[in-house]
Ligand binder design. Structure first.
Ligand code: ACO
Length: 319
């Protein structure tokens, strides 16, 4: 399976660190030093579905394919606009991908990677010949804007890729892992149980995070999963041209680079401009790199997503 097109869409409104100092007791210096983030895009009405649809249209255009040709439409999100229908079906309606089978997948910040691997399984089995895969988030609605520990981290946006079966190259190896025992490290409620038999109780309305635990988990598990995926691909760290990682924060990515003994120049980053967009992070970065002409055919990429669940995984592919 090969990626043949990429696209992305970000809300128009940009919110700088300086803007956040008007909401919470923080500073540009603190945020930049601890996270590497300088600015993020925040929805003023865009939804997970509208952003994903825009990203998908751009990915289709980039791939030179029509929406009606899409056979599988997967959307990774943990901040959908609607509980029903799923975001993928909304995107199907908005893009005109009327022949696709469409459904959502939620693995938090590893969501896009898990969706990519899921498409790979379907395509390898010969069930579908192509797939349109989006990662989309409007995290601004599940973040507590009075909590300086979390509201500074996240941004809204969507990215998408079009993939097709191919004879050689493409995906060379992948791994996925989940550790549900550690779900409390990063969590957010969905909707409270309010029915005639159960009154409202304490409810986790916004994202809660143990930042240090997340940090330690990412720096330990991500390099290990990349190495595991490389082994499956029969490759070494030195063979990787670019490490396209979930853009959680700069210090995490630097920690991963150190563990892999790989120069930080091989780890492209855009989190200074877009913050942490969970499942949208990897496809948005891929689209930026693609449109900048930095992805050259034959190049080896290591993609890795990690986040709440805990979930994490890696995919090695030849561009
Ligand atoms: N501005 C100023 N001060 C702050 C801010 C802020 N925005 N946020 C927290 N502080 C303060 C705290 O209140 C605390 O003050 P105190 O010592 O007086 O109590 C102090 O800074 C240190 O707080 P810590 O939470 O211990 O800060 P830490 O050095 O751990 O940095 C951070 C916090 C940036 C969240 C860090 O833990 C981290 O990077 N963790 C990774 C988490 C992450 O990236 N999550 C993203 C989502 S998960 C994912 O995508 C995988």
């Amino acid at each position: 399976m090969k990626i043949i097109g990429t696209g992305s869409a970000l809300p128009d409104k940009q919110v700088s660190n300086e803007d956040l100092t008007k909401l919470v007791d923080t500073s540009d210096e603190w945020i930049r030093e601890r996270t590497g983030i300088g600015s993020r895009h925040i929805s003023t009405g865009e939804t997970a579905a509208s952003l994903a649809a825009e990203a998908c249209k751009r990915a289709l255009e980039n791939a030179g394919r029509e929406a009606v040709q899409v056979e599988l439409l997967l959307v990774a999100t943990c901040s959908p606009e609607m509980a029903l229908p799923c975001t993928a079906c909304q995107v199907q309606e908005l893009t005109g991908a009327e022949n696709a089978v469409a459904f959502d997948l939620n693995a938090a910040c590893a969501g896009f990677l898990f969706a990519l691997n899921t498409a790979y399984a379907y395509l390898s089995a010969g069930i579908y010949r192509n797939a349109l895969i989006a990662g989309t988030e409007v995290l601004s609605k599940i973040v507590d804007w009075t909590d300086r520990g979390t509201c500074i981290l996240f941004g809204d946006g969507a990215g998408a890729v079009m993939v097709e079966q191919c004879g050689s190259g493409g995906v060379l190896g992948f791994v996925q892992h989940s550790d549900g025992r550690r779900g409390n490290v990063l969590a957010c409620g969905s909707r409270p149980l309010e029915n005639p038999y159960h009154g409202e109780r304490d409810f986790m309305r916004y994202v809660q995070m143990d930042g240090r635990e997340v940090f330690a988990f990412a720096v330990r598990q991500v390099p290990a999963s990349i190495e595991e995926a490389l082994e499956k691909a029969g490759l070494e760290v030195e063979d990787v041209d670019l490490f396209v990682l979930h853009q959680a924060n700069r210090r995490i990515i630097e920690g991963i680079a150190r563990r892999l003994k790989a120069d930080i120049s091989r780890f492209p980053m855009n989190l200074d401009r877009v913050g942490n967009m969970s499942s949208a992070a990897i496809p948005v970065l891929l689209d930026e790199l693609n449109r900048q002409g930095r992805l050259i055919p034959g190049m080896t990429l290591a993609l890795s997503g990690f986040g709440a669940g805990l979930t994490y995984g890696a995919c090695i592919l030849q561009w």
